[in-house]
Write a protein of this length. Structure first.
Length: 234
């Protein structure tokens, strides 16, 4: 396979990003070094802070609020427009990045549904966000991201892509787990920081159920899985 140099980028993660490393070259052609890039719709930067990605999705979803205001004048079903057009922008591949969000980033994302609910229902100013969600029969984006990731992790561990063998630790001996009242198939994985923790590591510590590592097989074209796999291999 011939590598397309013009579409190939180099990014350095972690503390090495501030060092002056020599540029990488292939076949006497220098690879462009970048601090951020977009892959499968997810923006990744060298610090893995997800600030660029959250700013992008908030900006993109905010521009669609204009159409929500225009549809309100025409008498369309506004809540359906928010659920099908605006909210998916804020939840795309959420399992890859949501666990590493800061409080400020999470609140910035939640500001979009707040504004959308005000447009749809004309609720009084100063109403709490929980009350606004109750009136709209909606859940917060934070809780939805948690539920989506919790349901996605068992699919990764049960029908995972074959290369996930290298991302899963060895299962605990059945001689040990069979004697425990409540046990987990795989041991927990600990990292020094949450920022450089992959989704699989986070899932092992928070979403793990009894799974069989020998049954890993997952369709590798799923965008969430592809983004997770790329971040894990970095």
């Amino acid at each position: 396979m011939e590598l397309n140099i013009s579409k190939t980028k180099e990014i350095i993660l972690g503390q090495l990003a501030v060092t002056n490393l020599p540029l990488f070259s292939i076949s006497s052609q220098t690879i462009d070094r970048v601090t951020s890039f977009k892959l499968f719709g997810v923006h990744t930067d060298s610090s893995l802070s997800w600030s660029i990605h959250t700013d992008h999705i908030v900006k993109k979803a905010t521009t669609r609020l204009y159409f929500l205001k225009q549809l309100k004048r025409a008498g369309f079903h506004l809540l359906h427009f928010y659920i099908t057009v605006i909210r998916p922008v804020l939840e795309y591949c959420a399992s890859v990045w949501y666990y590493a969000l800061t409080k400020a980033q999470s609140e910035s994302i939640e500001d979009v549904p707040k504004r959308a609910i005000h447009i749809v229902h004309n609720l009084p100013r100063g109403m709490s966000y929980s009350s606004m969600l109750f009136c709209s029969n909606l859940n917060s984006l934070a809780s939805r991201r948690e539920d989506l990731s919790r349901s996605f992790f068992p699919k990764c561990s049960e029908y995972g892509f074959l290369s996930s063998y290298s991302h899963l630790p060895l299962p605990r001996p059945t001689a040990v787990t069979s004697r425990l009242r409540s046990s987990q198939t795989f041991p927990k994985v600990h990292t020094h920081t949450q920022r450089y923790c992959s989704f699989m590591q986070y899932g092992l510590n928070h979403y793990q159920h009894k799974t069989n590592k020998s049954q890993l097989f997952y369709h590798c074209t799923h965008p969430v899985w592809l983004c997770y796999l790329f971040v894990s291999l970095l």
